[in-house]
Design a protein around this ligand. Sequence first.
Ligand code: TRP
Length: 497
Amino acid sequence: MENEEPPSVAALGLAETATLPVSKATEQEINPWDVQAAVDEQGNVLEFDYEAISKKWATKLIDDELLERFERVTGHKPHRWLRRRLFFSHRDLDLILDHYERGEDFLLYTGRGPSSDSMHIGHTIPFEFTKWIQDVFDVPLVIMLTDDEKFLFKEKLKQPEVYQFARDNAKDIIAIGFDPKKTFIFIDSEFFTSGYNRHFNLNSTEFEKLVTNNQVRGAFGFHGSTNIGSNAFAAKQCVAAFASSYPFIWGIDHTTYFRDKKLAATPCIIPCAIDQDPYFRLVRENCSRMDDPSPKPGLIHSKFLTALQGAGGKMSASNPNSAIYMSDTAKVIKNKINKHAFSGGQETLELHKELGGNPDIDVAYQYLTYFDDDDEKLAKFAEDYRKGEMLTGDMKKECINLMTAYVTRFQGARAKVTDEILDEYKKPRKLGWKGNQNPTKPKLTQAPAEASTTDSPPDSVPLGEDGKPLTKNQQKKLEKLKQIEAKKKEKEAAKKQ
Ligand code: TRP
């Protein structure tokens, strides 16, 4: 799947001014290393088409029904980023809700590739969301900082430099407010050489054996000249979703050779931007093939945040005017929004009052939807803007106030994050969490549910503990678990003799 650049005009030996029947239009490109919006015939950058990517990758769109169930099961109103579909798609979130209803443990996992020392709001939002999920479910969380990944994929970066980015980014992440009793943060280059990574390592070697070059080429567009580290890296990001990679979190010995079977069967949920999905498709495709199979991790996918320049633009570490950075002063924030935030208003005040503005493409309004929880207030702003009663300046002022408050709070917390505090989060250790204190469904002692829908199965189908007939997948799983149990008993019996 190599992306061949079309030959340039110059390469064709034609004058640049020559009119060629070559269209400027390109399709959107979304993969873990390259995210580009589509371009139309005239060369205009278009908005991302999230429904198209969800369809292409066969993810499920988050709908009202799922969010209603979320609220019923957790007792929490869904976060505004779910209500407003900034997190718009998922895989098996419904199964994670099943686990939660039964009061079963699961692992929450997310990460960041530390490619620079400056984080902007596009980087903090996924972590804010992850913290909210952790607070709602009360579960252990691992945060992976892939300094190895960035080193392997970015030609210019040197190891010590990326490691320093990872440390700085970890401190920024801590400033979001994660509970140290429930959160393990690790930097790959450090954790993978610590001795605590024995089970992680066994998992990644086993996983590497399951994935062929063809598979990673298909998933990521690698080719013959891709370095071998990049080929192997995917296994690391994948097995980071297995609870059995971190036995110490459950107080289980990490020094023994054998990985814990029960942990292998512990589910996982991963909030991430949609571009990371190819990694996790790989783990979902292969996790059942591990000697101790793990369930497919669930995913909650986010859209990309709008850059200050508007739809299709990218927040970038190398263009300070593309984003609000977490290190920006109040004055810088004000200037950036006033000067660079794309406006959906009209050219002149008179025209705006006459024709009204468009909040859907107005970046100040978009940012308000990220940070203001008040649905009614936002609906009113949008309405007033459309009518031309609210002006671009008013919208920007609201946005500046909210962004300044967000960044200021962050900076206060960040200033308190010392090296010692960072060490605390990075220490491999037993974590403590409560999970669901009031499960409404009994635990499935034999088989974890594999599918949430039952398509009118025949009468002979065995029933789960919740009284519902098991789906085909559940039955298969049950069979497998029975076999595993039987083998275990055999082994134990053999030991006793
Ligand atoms: N590859 C991700 C990046 O470049 C980092 C990452 C690792 C990650 N594990 C993850 C992101 C899990 C989301 C979820 O940013």
